[in-house]
Design a protein. Sequence first.
Length: 292
Amino acid sequence: MQTAQALLLAERAAEIRLRAVDAIYHAKSGHPGGSLSIADLLAFLYFQELRVNPADPHWPARDRFVLSKGHCCPALYAALAMRGFFPVEDLNTLRKLGSYLSGHPDMKNVPGVDMSTGSLGQGISAAAGMALVGKREGAPYRVYAVLGDGELQEGQVWEAAMFAGHYRLGNLIAFVDFNRLQIDGDVRQVMDPTPIDRKFEAFGWYAQVVDGHSFEQIESAVEAAKRNGEQTGKPSVIVCQTVKGKGVSFMEDQAGWHGKAPKQPEYEVAMRELTATLEDCRKATKGGVCNG
């Protein structure tokens, strides 16, 4: 990946984080921790990888994206708005009465959302179904999905894994947001899903583990996943090692920030930190170094 592209993606990720926290604060509810941990991945997908058309959200040849961990939609909504699917001003209507931006993705009302999600485990099943249809129809699109690590405790995830391996869905790429924390604490203490890569491999998947905050590693893994899918027909999983609450000092690695909105003093600190990171990234194009 070229340095200029990495810096641009860092700027996009910083803006996703800022807009997600801002929306959650104004909603007075939401899930900041996991939204922040997937911001880099969403920046890569929506500003480099996915073939989508904001002017035609239902373009048949588009790549499909499913946020299986649907409660982290504030980050997805921010990415969609920044990509041009709907006005960024609408982000602050999140979870409010009459808004189309509900607390979980809604494919009927939110432009750019390919699958309604919220009940954990179901999103990856829907993504596998989309991939099977694409394979049988010889369609050009790929299907991308993001799961939470706590979500792996759902049995339906492993039914979908078996399904995708059996039907050799090489056009399916799943990402696991391995930030190691769920609402009740460390996932390895609640119900240990590790080793995640080896478990998917046992179901016939091609598995990789990367730093989920490194655009270079994400890009390399995605390219390898696409090559492997074309050559072997295996679906791919990319385990992204991330930091819950990434980008806000007092939220990082804190399970308590899984699902609560910041109060005003916390919001002000978070916005100062996120704004500073965004400004730093914007200066990077003039010779600086982005610390996002």
